[in-house]
Write a protein that binds this ligand. Structure first.
Ligand code: PMP
Length: 369
């Protein structure tokens, strides 16, 4: 089986696992138990990892808070929004952004993207009201790969004295990110060849966030609970590897994705591609085939792990919310597959995929009236 679902998750890099292993067995202390050396050793390792992660994002270590993943980070960040506030977000945000905003009881402006998934900074600017507390716009979309102009949106927020949160989960470690104008940013290790169940929230100094989980007061009271030490070590190792390898990998994956895109369009009739050609996550491709239902297509593609829309919505029927928001009709949205290329994928995999798609699409079209 060839794995082509790297937006859902990625395999943990063996070099990351190697770095994590001692923290399960020998350096096992509770980093809050600094009265003894076992605890202090764990604490030092966690703080070194915090510094490395902060350096990766170009922030200071006091601005990094460890969480169990981006879902939790988004839930924490959006607790800043209260019932009397107004918040601005987009229709293509991850559910862990939209759900807490809906639950907050705040007034919401949910911006619609254009046909390629872009949110215009001018639209954000025009939506600002006197009680706008926060703007939340993701850095990259996990279904169609669109990269938002978070520097420009953040600049607008800063000029108007409004907080700017960005879910950078899909973009971090894949493309360069400028967080200068970002006040809060959510990220997760398992999208960048790190372990699952560990993530972080960057919170600028001076911003007060009401905690979601209370108790022992760890992570400067923002997130109580014993810190996942092996996870933190793994996340730092994964991001350090991305820092070293991201640029070349982005170039390689962009070329691989574009050649896959061109081959699919050349070999198969009735294909549409969703999302932009440029300003797109390097490994992302989202295509639909006329008169083909994506689920049947994927079930027929026995050599590949592929996704329809977002894995987080698996189990839900109906067209993808993201594709609907960019104006893709219901039939095309139901026929869309998402390819998420990653470090292990090669041009041979792409060629095999085109072959298998060609055959599976032809077969399905034959049996579809
Ligand atoms: N935000 C985005 C944009 C995502 O793609 C995901 C993962 N599907 C999440 C948040 C949730 O991340 P986690 O799995 O770490 O909770």
């Amino acid at each position: 089986m060839i794995y082509l679902d790297h937006h859902a998750t990625t395999p943990c890099d063996p070099r990351v696992v190697e770095k994590m292993l001692p923290f399960f067995t020998s350096v096992f202390g509770n980093p809050a138990a600094i009265v003894h050396e076992h605890g202090r050793a764990a604490s030092r390792a966690v703080e070194d990892a915090r510094i490395a992660i902060a350096r990766f994002f170009g922030v200071v270590s006091a601005e990094i808070c460890f969480t169990a993943g981006a879902t939790e980070s988004n839930n924490i960040a959006l607790r800043i929004v209260g019932r009397k506030d107004h918040a601005i977000t987009s229709a293509i945000e991850h559910k862990s952004v939209l759900a807490p905003l809906h639950e907050s009881g705040a007034e919401l402006t949910i911006l619609r993207p254009d046909r390629e998934g872009f949110i215009a900074p001018e639209a954000v600017s025009a939506a600002i009201r006197s009680n706008t507390k926060l703007i939340s716009i993701e850095a990259a979309n996990g279904e169609i790969g669109t990269l938002q102009n978070i520097a420009a949106i953040g600049a607008i927020a800063r000029e108007r004295g409004i907080l700017f949160h960005s879910d950078i989960t899909q973009a971090a470690g894949k493309v360069p990110l400028d967080l200068t104008n970002v006040d809060l940013a959510s990220f997760s290790a398992h999208k960048v060849y790190g372990p699952k169940g560990i993530g972080g929230l960057m919170v600028r100094r001076g911003i007060r966030v009401p905690p979601l989980i209370v108790g022992g007061g760890q992570e400067r009271n923002l997130r109580s609970g014993t810190v996942n030490v092996p996870g933190v070590i793994g996340m730092a190792a994964a991001l350090e590897l991305r820092a070293a390898e991201m640029e070349e990998e982005a170039r390689r994956l962009t070329a691989l994705r574009n050649s896959l895109w061109d081959s699919i369009a050349a070999e198969i009739a009735g294909v549409s591609v969703h999302g932009p050609r440029d300003l797109r996550l390097p490994g992302n491709l989202n295509v639909s085939f006329e008169r083909v239902e994506a689920e049947s297509l994927i079930l027929g593609m026995r050599r590949f792990s592929l996704s329809t829309g977002s894995a987080c919505s698996t189990g839900e029927r109906g067209p993808s919310r993201v594709l609907t928001a960019i104006g893709v009709g219901e039939a095309a949205a139901m026929g869309s597959i998402r390819v998420g290329l990653g470090t292990a994928n090669t041009p041979e995999h792409a060629a095999m995929l085109v072959d298998d798609l060609e055959r599976a699409v032809a077969r399905l079209r034959q049996i579809t009236p």
